[in-house]
Write a protein that binds this ligand. Structure first.
Ligand SMILES: *Cc1c(COP(=O)(O)O)cnc(C)c1O
Length: 465
């Protein structure tokens, strides 16, 4: 399998290179040259597979020759071994032909574990085969950092530096990062905001000499391997519900558009997905876009669902690439315009095609709290503020009750105990493997919001080229 850039002027690469590179050299995102096909026969044959076996099957055509099939199967099986539910991704009925896909049974209690766990192992395998080492630097407002740390702790070929805003992430989120005891994990608390962390990160990546010297790479959802790992649970849900005849719909709480784009990818491969509902909080750029065809950035405002406090949904560019007939030049032009003016518009014909599959709805904080309380009293299920945004968006925009609607549960309620307790009156408990989280020793370095200091700190501990 070869991968091409959405902006058309970076070289096509194989899976291993795309994995290590992340962003394409022309600023675009890598996508597969062709979508691998899942036939009706494949879908029937895959019904009996465990989650890990299914993941190896789905990933195989994307990985291609980069990793031998036998190695891939072992590596992926291992990735899900530590999850705390035997089904890995259980489905619970929460309404009439309405389901919750629980993706919070991994080590850090958010759906990001489902792709990050295999990703860490893929990195190690590819780096070891090449005798190379790598430095990963990331900025996080919460979930990505802890999922990356859990997936990369103790890996021989990788040094990991995660920047988080000092005193501005929840205590559960901070402790999930800072209590991991591994020599290759470095937590840096920046005296600033999440935006400051992200600016530092961008400046580090823009420094060509530093980038080369430390062999810098990233694990955010611009990395294709994250998307590939997320396609698995869409197929898994469809197989569990047996939807060959009826088709299936998904409702997805969305920030960077990585999760819902993986649903789109599953459909391109042949899964009978009839509808994808994009749920947003008050940062509703996607809801507005689906109404008007205009993508327009506004200020990011904090909400009860912080992992969706995003204005630029990077992975939307991958969808746009297909919509504009896989031509790089018009994408590069649109993205340049977007960067310059904070705005771009699609013509009505293209918008119509987007709307054939996608719908959007937003919930503000008040509606989010009410939704947590409502679902708790309806079904006794306690949910986090992200997952309920997806469920309620799905209920608002559902087109056909005969088609099963699967809402993606993206985080465990115990990750956001204050919001959940304020809404429902019940304080969610951490699962057993994290029950002693508040007694564990924390390790992190506090640094000023200063590029020179951060660069020196990382350079002194990073992998040498
Ligand atoms: C990351 C995250 C999201 C948003 O997912 P995207 O792929 O960025 O759209 C939603 N909910 C939770 C809990 C998350 O951690």
């Amino acid at each position: 399998m070869r991968y091409i850039s959405t902006r058309g002027s970076a070289p096509a690469l194989g899976f291993d290179e795309v994995l290590l590179t992340g962003l394409a050299a022309d600023g675009g995102l890598y996508v597969p040259e062709r979508w691998p096909a899942l036939s009706a026969g494949d879908l029937t044959e895959m019904r009996g597979l465990s989650y890990g076996e299914l993941a190896a099957h789905i990933l195989a055509p994307f990985v291609g020759e980069a990793i031998a099939g036998k190695d891939l199967a072992g590596l992926v099986e291992g990735a899900y071994a530590g999850f705390d539910h035997p089904e890995i991704a259980p489905l619970t009925e929460i309404g009439e032909n309405e389901w919750l896909l629980e993706l919070f049974h991994g080590p850090t209690l958010a759906f990001k574990d489902y792709a990050m766990q295999p990703l860490g192992r893929l990195f190690d395998n590819v780096l070891e085969a090449r005798g190379k080492r790598l430095t990963i630097v990331g900025a996080t407002s919460g979930d990505t950092g802890s999922a990356a740390i859990a997936a990369l702790a103790g890996r021989k070929s990788i040094e990991v530096f995660i920047l988080h805003p000092h005193d501005r992430v929840s205590e559960v989120q901070r402790r999930q990062m800072t209590t991991v005891d591994a020599a290759n994990i470095h937590n840096i608390a920046i005296e600033g905001t999440f935006d400051d962390c992200q600016d530092l990160l961008k400046a580090l990546f823009a420094d060509a000499a530093f980038r080369k010297e430390t062999r810098l790479s990233a694990v955010n959802s611009i990395n294709w391997a994250r998307i590939a790992g997320q396609i698995v649970y869409y197929v898994w849900a469809a197989l569990r519900l047996g939807v060959q005849e009826t088709g299936i719909a998904f409702a997805v709480p969305t920030g960077n558009f990585g999760n819902v784009y993986a649903g789109y990818a599953a459909r391109q491969m042949g899964l009978p997905i009839r509808q994808l509902v994009v749920g947003s909080n008050r940062n509703d750029i996607l809801t507005r876009f689906l109404e008007t065809g205009i993508m327009e950035i506004r200020e990011v405002e904090p909400s009860l669902s912080p992992s969706m406090d995003i204005q630029v949904s990077s992975n939307f560019e991958r969808l746009l690439f297909d919509l504009l007939d896989r031509q790089g030049t018009p994408i590069a032009e649109l993205m340049a315009e977007f960067k310059k003016s904070g705005r771009f518009a699609l013509d009505s014909e293209t918008l119509k095609r987007v709307r054939e599959l996608f719908d959007g709805a937003k919930l503000d904080d008040e509606e989010t709290k009410n939704a947590i309380a409502q679902i708790h009293s309806e079904s006794g299920i306690l949910l986090d503020p992200h997952s309920v945004v997806g469920i309620m968006a799905g209920r608002t925009r559902r087109r056909d009750k005969a088609i099963p609607m699967v809402a993606i549960g993206t985080a465990h309620p115990a990750k956001f105990p204050d919001a959940v307790e304020a809404a429902s009156g019940v304080r969610p408990a951490l699962p057993p493997h994290l029950a002693d989280l508040f007694e564990r020793t924390e390790r992190f370095e506090v640094l000023a919001n200063d590029l020179g200091q951060v660069r020196a700190y990382i350079a002194g501990r990073a992998c040498a080229a």
